[in-house]
Ligand binder design. Structure first.
Ligand SMILES: [Zn+2]
Length: 293
């Protein structure tokens, strides 16, 4: 395998110790990698992904990752996930899982059951991971700066200083409707921190959103009229989302955090085998089928 085949682009990218990381080189798989890739952790899918990435990634910002982890695993059967891996955005983690699978594991997943969404025909398909690619819409976004995800709320948050511990301090914000939340991209570290809530999509994303919130603004047209110190939101905690924000706005927040960043989707379209149908139907890769033996 040529070297270039092991270098994957990061569609979002991140900064680590002052260095911009826009691509990642993978190591070829070996016995330790095989063990770690296939050792899935029930209810801890993000921790498992962190293990997979640690073992598969050659280096980040000049620091070797995969080789030291493999050596540690040989000696102790375990290893520590480095901070650099936890700093990768979740969107890039999702894309990297596909890249690792197809570049150093296998690019065909044989005999996966798939149902045509038009005629209901059951098919057994060999999923071809080479066909997974960014949507045209995501292609258009490449090269943008993704460090801030701006979410303009329809209803916003009308701030009430009363009830805050130090309400005199917050008097100037009384009654102001803050209608813009600005987030940093969620990382693998954020997901692992809230992993035990990951079965409950709504609660999981609220917790991640709170951690990723970096600015709160009141906006009128193009002008930012007031900014609320973000520590107030941290102090209010999850109550912010549970008590003060309309559910339509909550949906917007979730959508921004989950869908705004470009990532390789886990499906592609293929022709239905039923000769009377033959329509293009989604072939979906289920995460639990990754890295099967
Ligand atoms: Zn069909």
């Amino acid at each position: 395998m040529e070297k270039s085949n092991l270098t994957c682009p990061l569609y979002v990218g991140f900064e680590y110790e002052g260095k911009k990381v826009q691509e990642i080189e993978l190591l070829r798989s070996n016995g330790v990698a095989e063990k770690v890739f296939t050792e899935k952790l029930p209810d801890k899918s993000y921790s498992w992904m962190a293990n997979v990435l640690t073992i598969a990634v050659k280096e980040i910002a000049g620091k070797p990752i995969g080789m030291p982890a493999r050596e540690e695993h040989l000696k102790t059967r375990g290893f520590t996930v480095p901070k650099a891996i936890l700093a990768i955005t979740l969107a890039d983690v999702n894309s990297l899982m596909i890249e690792i699978h197809r570049r150093v594991w296998q690019n065909l997943i044989p005999k996966q059951e798939c149902i045509c969404k038009y005629c209901g025909t059951k098919m057994l398909i060999d999923i071809d991971l080479e066909k997974f690619k960014l949507s045209d819409e995501d292609e258009q976004k490449l090269g943008q700066d993704f460090s801030e995800l701006v979410c303009d709320l329809d209803f916003g948050w009308e701030f009430q200083a009363l009830g805050q511990k130090d309400n005199q301090k917050y008097k100037e914000y009384e009654g102001v409707v803050f209608n813009r939340f600005i987030f940093r991209p969620p990382t693998l570290g954020d997901a692992i921190r809230h992993e035990k809530y990951s079965d409950d999509t709504i609660m999981f994303w609220r917790r991640v959103a709170l951690d990723c919130l970096i600015r709160i603004e009141a906006v009128n047209g193009d002008a930012v009229t007031q900014e609320l110190p973000v520590e107030i939101a941290r102090f209010i905690g999850l109550n912010l989302f549970e008590k003060y924000i309309d559910s339509a706005d909550l949906r917007k927040v979730r959508t921004i955090l989950r869908e705004e960043l470009p990532q390789i989707p886990y499906y592609y379209e293929d022709e239905c085998i039923n000769t009377r149908c033959k329509r293009m139907t989604p072939v979906t890769m289920e995460a639990p089928n990754f890295f099967s033996e």
